[in-house]
Ligand binder design. Structure first.
Ligand SMILES: [Zn+2]
Length: 148
């Protein structure tokens, strides 16, 4: 008997990996993780955090203004790690829809698909996510949201 896995089965496993990667974030309130699965099946993880050469000081991580100023989003970290391998790959995101800036980076990196984890997010993000969806559409990137 040949055992086959559906795309949905694979999506759920990769989303679980993205959610695990989120636990590496040192952000005390918002932990976001993602993985890029390249065309060869290679996995490139990313999570939100400060640039490599900036110390992860707890007083900065707890100060919202400083934290937002210094934080690189999970998607950008994964794209940077994947480099050219990101092209044609699929990004699995532990949270719902990338932000507007990450959507632009995703289009620029020529990813083919984004799979996001369906969840309720704060209303303040709604406008940004609507723009992000539009940007992904313009870049012809498929967006699939998988519910809990
Ligand atoms: Zn972002």
């Amino acid at each position: 008997m040949i055992i086959e896995r559906s795309q949905k089965d694979k999506d759920l496993v990769y989303l679980d990996i993205a959610k695990s990667v989120a636990n590496l974030s040192k952000d005390p309130s918002t932990k976001v993780g993602c993985i890029i699965v390249d065309k060869e099946g290679g996995i490139h993880p990313g999570y939100n955090g400060f640039p490599q050469w900036i110390e992860d000081r707890s007083e900065w991580l707890e100060d919202r203004e400083i934290k937002l100023m210094l934080t690189i989003h999970a998607e950008v970290n994964a794209i940077k790690k994947a480099g050219k391998l990101a092209e044609g790959g699929c990004l699995y995101l532990s949270t719902l829809i990338p932000c507007q800036n990450c959507a632009i980076q995703i289009v620029h990196a020529k990813l083919s698909r984004v799979v996001a984890w369906g969840q309720v997010l704060p209303r303040r993000w709604a406008e940004d996510m609507t723009k992000a969806k539009w940007i992904l559409e313009q870049g012809k990137i498929n967006l699939d949201i998988i519910g809990e």
